[in-house]
Write a protein that binds this ligand. Structure first.
Ligand code: GTR
Length: 333
């Protein structure tokens, strides 16, 4: 597995090691680290905080969690690499950085796969979701659970998007993943892979014309201040993943391993509550901000993206899992 860590990532990795040496492991063997690109107060960060509370209670203080939110230790791709070798113990990430490590994780990230959030939950809570969580174990990561992430739609500085034709020639930021790049290219736009924390400035300076994300990230990153068109393509209902370093997991007793897995599962309903509330708050802020929000007929977008499915589904296991997801709603590949 090669990640090709960025210069910033190498610095972050150095910072992570120093922090861990200085205030983490040395403070006690039970102090574990968890990182997130999102800031304090954002649903996944608070869900992981709750997970940490459960961990402390259920191990009578043997295991404690220290959170590093707001991308303090680097972007998702870089921190994920650090997690694989145990420099970070827990990480909450989008599926995008996992896609290049393990193709099975592409399945729930396919555009227009899930019909609605209930469909995604059925996947995430059942055996198909478990198969995807388990698929990353050979890569040094334990997939603990899926967290909600709403629906991703396109926003930009130029014009409302109603059909794929409206996307032609736009430079759109995507997370670094071939799937996202293919998705944007299939719609006739130029894909610009870039970490999330560079999006605001790049929009403001005209380096990119737009990006895509859910209501909470569009609002929380203040991107709506510089990109006044939000077009509800809702092309992705993909969940996100809460993962653990296998190095850390293997160092725990069997009892503590069970406690960790159960506590992560128990944080999911809490995360869903937080997410719903945040989603409603962010929508209200954006709707009141003067951003032009438009509904989109998904049909031409679905048609334009069929090639993305073909290009992404290269393994028999992926196809089998997609078939099982579609079968939950009476469909098939
Ligand atoms: C958010 C997601 C983050 C990050 C971000 C992005 O919705 O929660 O994990 O991946 O999108 O677009 O980079």
């Amino acid at each position: 597995m090669t990640f090709g860590m960025s210069r910033r990532g190498v610095l972050a990795s150095g910072a992570a090691s120093l922090m861990l040496a200085g205030c983490g492991r040395r403070l006690g063997p039970g102090l574990l680290t968890s990182v997130d690109t999102h800031p304090e107060g954002f649903p996944p960060v608070e869900a992981v905080r709750y997970f940490g509370d459960l961990l402390r209670e259920r191990t009578a203080g043997r295991l404690n969690l220290r959170l590093y939110p707001g991308g303090q230790l680097g972007n998702e791709r870089d921190t994920l690499e650090i997690t694989t070798f145990g420099g970070i113990d827990f990480n909450r990430v989008n599926l995008a950085p996992l896609n290049s490590i393990e193709p099975t994780t592409i399945v729930p990230a396919l555009p227009f796969l899930f019909e609605d959030v209930a469909h995604m939950h059925e996947f995430a809570d059942g055996p198909i979701g478990q198969a995807v969580l388990d698929s990353i174990t050979p890569h040094g990561l334990i997939g603990l659970c899926f967290y909600d992430s709403g629906a991703r739609s396109f926003y930009n500085t130029r014009r409302p998007i109603r059909t794929p034709e409206d996307m032609r020639g736009l430079k759109l930021r995507v997370p670094g993943s071939d799937l996202y790049i293919e998705m944007v290219r299939s719609l006739g736009a130029d894909a610009v892979p870039m970490p999330l924390d560079e999006v605001y400035t790049s929009l403001a300076q005209g380096v990119i014309d737009g990006a895509e994300n859910n209501w909470p990230s569009f609002e929380n990153g203040r991107h709506f201040e510089v990109a006044p068109y939000y077009s509800l393509t809702q092309h992705l209902l993909a969940p996100e993943m809460f993962v653990m370093s296998k190095v850390t997991y293997d160092a725990l007793s069997a009892e503590d391993q069970t406690i960790v897995k159960q506590a992560a599962r128990d944080s999911v309903p809490y995360m869903r509550e937080l997410w719903e509330a945040q989603d409603a708050r962010s929508r209200a802020i954006i709707m009141a901000s003067g951003v032009e929000v438009n509904e989109v007929d998904p049909a031409p977008f679905v048609a334009a993206m069929t090639g993305v499915w073909q290009a992404s589904l290269t393994k028999p296991l992926q196809r089998e899992l997609v078939d099982r997801v579609l079968a939950l709603r009476g469909g098939s590949l």
